[in-house]
Ligand binder design. Structure first.
Ligand SMILES: Cc1cc2nc3c(=O)[nH]c(=O)nc-3n(C[C@H](O)[C@H](O)[C@H](O)COP(=O)(O)OP(=O)(O)OC[C@H]3O[C@@H](n4cnc5c(N)ncnc54)[C@H](O)[C@@H]3O)c2cc1C
Length: 455
């Protein structure tokens, strides 16, 4: 896995080539420890029959995560011959690696956004966040995808008193018409939500949800297959040239001509699309799963089965799996990209500070994936050089990638509803940035320092 990841991602390729320190804390690893996603146990990477790539398609989708598959579902159901290619196995990217936490996904506040783009676009963007959560709920129910979907709610802990105050201000000053359901939980009542005294209270978002990322991807893939799309794994798209009627494309499995192209590569974007690679910042997100907890311990950790996260700049996000009662705990613990054997003990140590009762629990799985941040901390959807794209979910893309993938598919079909407010805002870059985030290590060090001092 590390080899594919290394070859596949320019950032980790560079850093791992320099070598990494192996951990001396391997006693924390369970005997069956794996460096691949826990989710792949119940939803293994699909093995496809080796079929010949067609020479022509109406729509070529590059990337088989939630974005690509939702776009493909729209175009295939809309009667377009759709081909989906992934450079690795289907769903190899973040869409089978994430924490399965589903929220409204927009980081900037309404006032940030209205300062940047005016009230209408600001309201439109915030509305998309709300709609994306409802969309994925409706989609999973309507399509009957068995992926452990549940509206369990989120507890978001304040790591310092000032964060509690600012959370309280934010939820009491919500823009009319764009309110999200939320209430404050003071420190003295926090044990009703989370088995930890580390936080200074927090906020509960009762509508946030949870799912099994691998099962959701597998269910979605089945729908795309049933809609008639052709799926190709280990089929990197290597070059795209525009032609009179569309695009001439070179892939690892031969050439294909397509009328429309959807770029759905998010944190795995390469120089295939130079304009986009300059606009997304690939960042490794690291995560572990523990051995199953007994019923009483699981209940004390998470009495209401909520998803959980906190207000640190380098946020930790975590949850128990309903079926197996494992803790799945994620965050950014390394300055530079590293190996999951190295990140695992660091995550374990952070988890044990929040939940001392987990300090002797073994790690069964440790993995990572590359999320895509953007310079304005917003996702983006649009069309560039005739190609459709949606990406840049800033680490919060389960709902948003599904939603913008769906809208992108509609856009390929020329449906007016395919247009979102993201089509009306620029996707910024920075001078000299070419896709290698050299500034990441100092930025992570700075945020780590601030979090440590509660600044
Ligand atoms: C550890 C981790 C935890 C996360 N937790 C959460 C969470 O709890 N909640 C949440 O909302 N979000 C979370 N995320 C983010 C979320 O998973 C992503 O935003 C989302 O899955 C992005 O989906 P996508 O389809 O756009 O990209 P991906 O699923 O990453 O798919 C991109 C695909 O493009 C393929 N590709 C790249 N280049 C080419 C090419 N040239 N040819 C063919 N294929 C190519 C890649 O192989 C890859 O499979 C997490 C991510 C990680 C890594």
């Amino acid at each position: 896995m590390a080899k594919i990841m290394r070859n596949h991602c320019p950032v980790i390729r560079g850093n791992l080539a320099r070598g990494y320190d192996m951990t001396d804390q391997e006693h924390l690893f369970a005997p069956n420890f794996k460096t691949e996603p826990f989710w792949w146990e119940a939803a293994p990477r699909p093995v496809l029959k080796s079929e010949t790539l067609p020479s022509v398609a109406d729509v070529l989708v590059v990337g088989s995560g939630y974005t690509g598959l939702h776009a493909a579902l729209q175009t295939a159901r809309g009667g377009r011959h759709t081909v989906v290619c992934d450079a690795a196995s289907l769903g190899f990217g973040c869409s089978t690696r994430n924490g399965g936490q589903v929220s409204t996904s927009i980081k900037p506040t309404y006032s940030d956004l209205s300062g940047r783009y005016g009230n209408e676009i600001a309201a439109g963007i915030r509305r998309v966040g709300i709609d994306s959560l409802q969309f994925i709920d409706d989609f999973i129910q309507r399509e009957e995808i068995q992926c452990e979907w549940a509206r369990v709610g989120r507890f978001h802990g304040a790591h310092k008193p000032a964060s509690y105050e600012s959370m309280a201000r934010e939820i009491s000053n919500q823009r009319p018409g764009l309110e999200v359901n939320a209430y404050m939980v003071p420190a003295e009542e926090q044990r009703n939500e989370i088995g930890s005294d580390l936080y200074h209270g927090g906020v509960v978002f009762p509508d946030h949800a949870v799912l099994h990322p691998g099962k959701y991807h597998a269910g979605l893939l089945e729908k795309v297959r049933a809609a008639g799309a052709d799926l190709f794994d280990h089929c990197a798209v290597e070059n795209i040239e525009s032609t009179k009627g569309g695009f001439s494309v070179q892939t690892a499995r031969g050439p294909i001509a397509a009328k429309d192209i959807v770029i759905a590569t998010n944190g795995y974007t390469t120089n295939l699309t130079p304009w986009l690679v300059r606009r997304v910042i690939p960042i490794g997100s690291y995560i572990i799963a523990t051995e199953p907890l007994d019923v009483a311990l699981a209940h004390s950790i998470s009495p209401k089965g909520r998803i959980m996260s906190d207000s640190r700049k380098l946020v930790f996000y975590y949850r128990l799996c309903a079926e197996t009662r494992r803790m799945v705990f994620g965050g950014r613990v390394a300055l530079r990209e590293t190996d999951p054997r190295v990140s695992a003990p660091k995550l374990h140590s952070c988890m044990s500070k929040i939940f001392p009762s987990l300090q002797d629990k073994k790690i069964t799985h440790s993995w990572l994936g590359f999320v895509a941040y953007t310079f304005d901390t917003l996702a983006h959807q649009g069309k560039r050089n005739g190609m459709h794209y949606a990406m840049g979910y800033c680490g919060s893309g389960v709902g948003m990638a599904s939603y913008l993938g769906m809208r992108t598919g509609q856009s390929v079909l020329h449906l007016p509803e395919g247009r979102t407010p993201f089509c009306d805002i620029p996707m910024p870059t920075k001078p000299l940035y070419k896709g290698n985030p050299w500034f990441l290590a100092p930025a992570v060090a700075y945020y780590k320092f601030r979090d440590k001092l509660n600044l």
